[in-house]
Ligand binder design. Structure first.
Ligand code: C5P
Length: 222
């Protein structure tokens, strides 16, 4: 690609979107949160009572689901057919069903196509589970972000409290472990570190420290 591509993958709550957003802003690149796209499809399925076990109807309805993103006061907003679903896609019900949706082959194909289209015309930082392996296999920089499950649960717990969502720490840790297991063991594009990705363990590191590590790696390749 003639545009710079940064792929950031890793398990749930490793800090991908936080650092990806800051890095994108610093570099003047656009940011694409691919997890938000799987979440929008999940919300759409739940709201319209579309089966996740027999997903043919959901797959068909995808043609009628337009997703857009914009920034309001520096915060990314996500829209489904023009309706702001930024907060709705973070609700526990969506989180608890999203991995099932993300395991559906036809849905992945469609979203990967949309993600490739987004990255075709601008410098980009994209985060997800299969960015370095499937979506942007020729990315200039691939980062695989990890952290201990305990620290990831604690981070999610604090975020939730700020949003007024009450879930116990134990429950969050189990949810994260289950989702990672499911995402890593599915047949279609499982969560796996690309062979040419740089692993960054963020346990005990501040957001600024993680951003600096990635920025230094990026400066070596662009
Ligand atoms: O990043 P986030 O936690 O919002 O992602 C939600 C879910 O979407 C993940 O647990 C995974 O099942 C799915 N996902 C995926 N591929 C991506 C991004 C997210 O399968 N590129």
């Amino acid at each position: 690609s003639k545009y710079v591509q940064v792929a950031i993958d890793g398990p749930a709550s490793a800090g991908k979107s936080t650092v990806a957003k800051i890095l994108a802003k610093k570099m003047g690149y656009i940011y694409c949160d691919t997890g938000a796209m799987y979440r929008v499809v999940t919300l759409f399925a739940l709201e319209n009572n579309l089966s996740l076990d027999q997903p043919s109807e959901l797959v068909k309805e995808l043609d009628n689901l337009v997703m857009t993103f914009d920034y309001v006061d520096g915060l990314q907003h996500v829209y489904a057919n023009g309706i702001d679903v930024t907060n709705d896609i973070r609700m526990p019900d969506v989180t608890n069903h999203v991995s099932k949706v993300a395991a559906i082959k036809e849905i992945r194909e469609e979203l990967v196509n949309r993600q490739k289209a987004i990255s075709n015309s601008q410098n980009i930082v994209m985060d997800g589970r299969d960015i370095g392996t499937v979506v942007l296999p020729n990315a200039d920089l691939k980062i695989f972000l990890v952290a201990s499950v305990k620290e990831r649960a604690e981070r999610r717990y604090k975020e939730n409290i700020e949003k007024g969502i009450m879930t116990s720490l134990d429950e969050l840790q189990k949810e994260i472990e289950d989702r990672d297991y499911y995402d890593s063991h599915r047949k279609e594009s499982p969560l796996v570190q690309a062979s040419d990705a740089i692993k960054v363990d963020t346990t005990g590191l501040s957001i600024e420290e993680v951003v600096n590590v990635i920025e230094n790696e990026l400066k070596k390749v662009i």
